[in-house]
Design a protein around this ligand. Structure first.
Ligand SMILES: [Fe+2]
Ligand SMILES: [Fe+2]
Length: 466
């Protein structure tokens, strides 16, 4: 097998022998990881997958039947821009960094490793879901997400190997050694250690947690370190489908529940998922995903911005002042048991600025699901909890809030949380509904079929050959 077939790429890998050797050494370890921790039980099945073989509009969306271990994971960067410049921060306007600037080396490695760690983590979290798929269409979407997260790991590992030498190689190995939820060697970020063992979790995860990925990648796509910016831009094109899976998946659950409610308000009797449980899953995954943006007041965010490493969402499109050295941001913080306003220098509030963009994006999803409820003649509505609710990172961690954002006591939270977050019984109930439906064109009772199939194929298409 020639090099391009083993590692498809648009980075001239064949001309860089050192990098080629490093990646060829990493490849079998990656495949071992995929075998151990990738989707359980479907490795030798033909799955109708999209494969990126180039970044051009023709090349990146190539659809065909593929067995997952034979998926062509590759390294694809958006083409370089002539005369690229650092787009923000203290070095605004300077030539973009083509190598890692020595003074930012540790920060940059940490950014890349933290992003890279989330990619295999989600594959691990989702590895058993195939056994309970609601349809072949959904099964295929799960596997599409999984192989692309594998490719995103490749994207970050490429940067580590190509730009960080020895310590980059060590970090690339460690990315295959940590395990989601493992108490001794967990994944770096908490949302990626939470179990994702039923399909309501999966849709919530791809809606809320993959969407955090969109905002992190967008901020890094602005980076003055050009290889990182170009890598993230291409990853974003794949990420869009993951969020589509989550957004439409939840919409289909909500629609089906509303349909069942017409026959019986107590949808449990009909094997549906009650809206209260959907709301609790929203509360759970939204709050854990908010944590991924980091502390509200952050000197790291200020440093990353000053260095030109991590920008704001759509930095070039949305802003005119790319230095942002002045200006402030007002946020609510907890001080001696009370919520008070605090003014923070803008650069220290950039995590919160990015989080705000994310929340607005999530609200659009909620509006779509509520429209599904309205279409089905229901008056119930779903909502996002306040950003202070159920937080484990930042200003609100350690205090307790109700979903409306009111400060409450620990005792009150403990007493009322069964109404706000999934209980063991809720999770068991959802799991009890998860039986595989694998006949082409058939769908589980608790979810509505999609509005259309994938890439012009009908819903009845045999997306996975079992
Ligand atoms: Fe990803
Ligand atoms: Fe993703």
């Amino acid at each position: 097998m020639n090099l391009y077939d083993r590692i498809p790429n648009n980075v001239n890998l064949s001309e860089d022998k050192r990098l080629q050797r490093a990646l060829e050494k990493w490849l079998p370890n990656y495949l071992n990881w995929w075998h151990d921790m990738g989707p359980d039980g479907f490795q030798d099945r033909d799955v109708w997958l999209r494969t990126a073989i180039d970044v051009g509009s023709e090349g990146w969306a190539h659809f065909d039947y593929v067995k997952m271990p034979e998926y062509r994971w590759g390294i694809f960067l958006e083409p370089a821009q002539a005369d690229a410049r650092v787009g923000f921060g203290d070095n605004y306007g300077a030539p973009a960094y083509q190598e890692v600037p020595g003074e930012f080396r540790n920060s940059l490695r940490r950014i890349i490793v933290t992003q890279g760690d989330t990619e295999p983590a989600s594959v691990e979290q989702q590895r058993l879901l195939g056994h309970t798929c609601p349809s072949l269409y959904d099964l295929r979407n799960l596997f599409q997400v999984n192989v692309e997260e594998g490719r995103h790991l490749w994207a970050m590992v490429y940067l580590l190997h190509a730009y960080f030498g020895r310590d980059g190689r060590d970090e690339a190995d460690a990315l295959l050694e940590r395990r989601s939820g493992n108490p001794d060697k967990p994944r770096i970020l908490e949302a990626f250690n939470q179990p994702c063992d039923d399909w309501l979790n999966f849709y919530s995860f791809t809606m809320f947690t993959d969407r955090d990925g969109k905002y992190q990648l967008s901020a890094l796509a602005e980076s003055g370190f050009e290889p990182l910016a170009r890598t993230c831009k291409f990853m974003l094109t794949e990420e869009a489908h993951h969020m589509f899976v989550g957004d439409t998946g939840l919409s289909r659950v909500v629609r089906r529940t509303a349909q069942l409610m017409r026959q019986n308000e107590n949808v449990r009797e009909l094997g549906g998922i009650p809206l209260e449980i959907v709301q609790k899953y929203i509360n759970f995954w939204f709050s854990y995903s908010l944590d991924l943006f980091g502390g509200e007041i952050s000197s790291n965010s200020a440093d990353f911005f000053a260095a030109g490493l991590k920008g704001r969402f759509k930095e070039q499109e949305q802003y005119t002042d790319h230095v942002a050295a002045e200006g402030s941001f007002t946020m609510q913080v907890v001080e001696s048991g009370k919520l008070v306003s605090r003014e923070v220098p803008l650069r220290n509030a950039l995590n919160e600025v990015l989080r705000g963009e994310y929340v607005r994006d999530c609200e659009k999803g909620l509006a779509r699901w509520n429209k599904a409820l309205a279409d089905e003649g229901r008056s119930e509505r779903l909502s996002l909890p306040n950003i202070r609710f159920h937080r484990h990172v930042g200003e609100y961690a350690g205090s307790h809030f109700d979903p409306a954002g009111n400060l409450i006591t620990q005792e009150e939270f403990a007493e009322r949380k069964v109404g706000w977050l999934p209980t063991i019984e809720d999770r068991e109930y959802v799991r009890s509904l998860m039986h595989p439906v694998t006949e082409p064109g058939k769908i589980a009772n608790w979810i509505a079929p999609p509005a259309s199939g994938i890439k012009g194929k009908p819903f009845e298409f045999e997306y996975v050959r079992l």
